[in-house]
Ligand binder design. Structure first.
Ligand code: SIN
Length: 342
C-alpha cells in the first residue's frame, strides 16, 4: 500500500522537512458545485492537494505520499497499521522533522488515538482534514493543511503525542471528539481542553497531554497484521440483551458498552454482560454521553462482575485501546490500569 521509501533530502535553506501522508476524506473530496451539500470523499490526490496550497513552501520542504484515498467511514485497521508503520519509517529519517496525515473527520479521533499509541517518535505527527470538500465555497481544507504543516514543522510541537489541527485548534489525540455533523467547529476536547491554537501558521501551546503516548507507549505493531475483534454495543432504553450474545457468538474478545450515563445498562444486559465476563470476554463500560469519566463501582459492582471502566475514553477510543491491549495476555487488573494510563 505505501510507496517505496523516497528520501526527502537535505532540508533546503534551513526549512524543516514535512511529509504529508494522505488517506482521503472530505479534504480530498469533490462535489458537482460549490454550493451543493453532496460530494464524494477521497477523490483528490495528495499532489493536487499540495499544489492547491503553494504557501506550504514558506513553512517547510513538503513531500506527499498517498497511503489510501477513502472516506474515513471506510478506514480499516489494515490501513491504520500501514499508516503507523510508514510514519515510524519516515520519522527515522533525519531530514524529516514531522508528519501530517490528511484524513476524513468521521473516524479521525480513532486513527489519531491508534497512532498516539503506536508511533514511536517524539517528532510531531499532526492529523488534519476538512468539513467542506475542496470544491465548496469557503473550503476549510487548505487553511487546515497550512496550519497542520506549520505545527508539524514546529519543534515546540514535539513530545506532545499525536495532534489534530482543525479550525485553528490544536487537539490532543486522547481528548478530542467530533461533536457536530457539518460545522467546521466540530472537534472539541471536552474533558482536558486544547493543547494549543494555530492561526495562519502562528502556533501557541498551552499544555502537554496528561496521558502516556508515542515514545512512552508500551504498544508495538512489530509483527502485527490484524487486531482481535472488539465490538461496541450502544445502550438505550429497553436494550435487547441478546446483542451481547451476538458478539460472543462471533468470537469478540472484548465488548465495549457505550453505556447510558456513568456507563450504565439495563438489568438484562448487565446479566448477559456478566455471563460473558465470566467466560473471559473483556467487558469495558464506557458512555454514550459526550463528556465525563466512567468510574468503577458507582452504580455497578465492577469488582464482583469483573468489568473494566473506560475512565476518560469514549467508546470508539476504548475499543482501540482494548484491541491493542488484547494483542498480549493480560490480567484484568493490568487491563484496567491501561485505561488509567493511556
Ligand atoms: C470522512 O470522514 O471521510 C467524511 C467526512 C469528513 O471528512 O469530514
Amino acid at each position: 500500500m505505501a510507496p517505496d521509501r523516497i528520501p526527502i533530502g537535505a532540508p533546503a535553506q534551513g526549512r524543516p522537512g514535512v511529509v504529508v501522508l494522505a488517506t482521503g476524506g472530505t479534504i480530498a473530496g469533490a462535489g458537482a458545485s460549490a454550493t451543493r451539500a453532496g460530494y464524494a470523499a477521497g477523490r483528490v490526490s495528495v499532489d493536487a492537494m499540495l499544489a492547491a496550497v503553494p504557501e506550504l513552501a514558506d513553512l517547510a520542504v513538503v513531500q506527499g505520499e498517498q497511503i489510501a484515498n477513502v472516506g474515513s467511514q471506510d478506514m480499516t485497521f489494515e490501513i491504520m497499521i500501514a499508516l503507523a508503520n510508514r510514519i515510524n519509517e519516515r520519522l527515522r529519517e533525519a531530514a524529516v522533522s514531522g508528519i501530517v496525515v490528511t484524513h476524513g473527520t468521521d473516524t479521525m479521533e480513532e486513527t489519531a488515538f491508534f497512532l498516539n499509541l503506536t508511533v514511536k517518535s517524539r517528532k510531531p505527527v499532526v492529523m488534519t482534514g476538512a468539513m467542506r470538500p475542496a470544491t465548496a465555497l469557503s473550503a476549510d481544507g487548505p487553511l487546515n493543511l497550512f496550519n497542520a504543516v506549520a505545527v508539524a514543522a514546529d519543534p515546540r510541537a514535539a513530545g506532545r503525542g499525536v495532534l489534530v489541527v482543525m479550525n485553528d485548534r490544536i487537539h490532543g489525540a486522547h481528548s478530542l471528539s467530533k461533536t457536530n455533523t457539518t460545522s467546521v467547529e466540530t472537534f472539541l476536547s471536552p474533558i482536558n481542553g486544547l493543547i494549543g491554537t494555530v492561526n495562519f501558521g502562528h502556533c501557541q501551546y498551552f499544555r502537554q497531554p496528561s496521558r502516556r503516548h508515542t515514545d512512552n507507549s508500551i504498544f508495538s505493531l512489530d509483527g502485527v497484521s490484524a487486531l482481535p475483534r472488539v465490538d461496541i454495543l450502544y445502550a438505550c432504553a429497553d436494550m435487547p440483551a441478546d446483542l451481547v450474545d451476538g458478539s460472543v457468538a462471533r468470537d469478540a474478545r472484548g465488548i465495549v458498552i457505550a453505556g447510558d450515563g456513568n456507563g450504565n445498562m439495563n438489568a438484562a444486559t448487565l446479566a448477559h454482560a456478566a455471563r460473558a465476563a465470566a467466560q473471559g470476554i473483556v467487558i469495558v463500560r464506557s458512555s454514550r454521553v459526550p463528556t465525563g469519566t466512567v468510574s468503577r463501582n458507582v452504580e455497578i459492582d465492577d469488582d464482583r462482575l469483573r468489568f473494566i471502566v473506560s475512565d476518560e475514553l469514549n467508546p470508539a477510543k476504548a475499543r482501540i485501546l482494548l484491541m491493542l491491549a488484547l494483542l498480549e495476555e493480560r490480567r484484568l487488573e493490568a487491563l484496567q490500569e491501561l485505561f488509567y494510563t493511556y
